[in-house]
Design a protein around this ligand. Structure first.
Ligand SMILES: [Zn+2]
Length: 125
């Protein structure tokens, strides 16, 4: 399997983390997805479980962006559910809602586990 981590010139002269987009200066301790040829920095590697890393890489490939691109203070479940992006027809398709919600949370620097906690609190309120 070809590793981008070892071939720094494959896409550009500097590597960027597939999760947080920070520059990766040392390739000795980075995470390399078993499925995707995308490196993940040491900080993200230690912060997230491997299953979340694979999930986040897939989300950013499919829908763009990166973890923490937007301020976490701008993330509000109440506002999301009231917004035009979540019309009734979308609410009737729970998988679409889950994907959009997770992608939005990731863009705001909220991990999948933190999102679940926020959803639990939102439902109980
Ligand atoms: Zn990172």
């Amino acid at each position: 399997m070809r590793s981008i981590a070892k071939e720094r010139t494959y896409f550009s002269s500097s590597l960027r983390c597939g999760i947080c987009h920070s520059n990766i200066s040392s390739t000795s301790h980075i995470f390399q997805s078993k499925i995707l040829h995308i490196p993940v920095c040491t900080r993200c590697r230690h912060h997230f479980p491997e299953e979340d890393i694979e999930l986040m890489l897939n989300m950013f490939i499919a829908y763009g962006g990166y973890y923490g691109k937007l301020s976490c203070q701008d993330f509000s479940l109440a506002q999301i559910f009231k917004s035009e992006e979540f019309p009734n027809e979308t609410v009737n398709q729970p998988q679409q809602v889950n994907i959009k919600l997770l992608h939005s949370a990731l863009l705001h620097g909220i991990s999948p586990r933190e999102l679940i906690l926020q959803l639990e609190e939102f439902i109980l309120d």
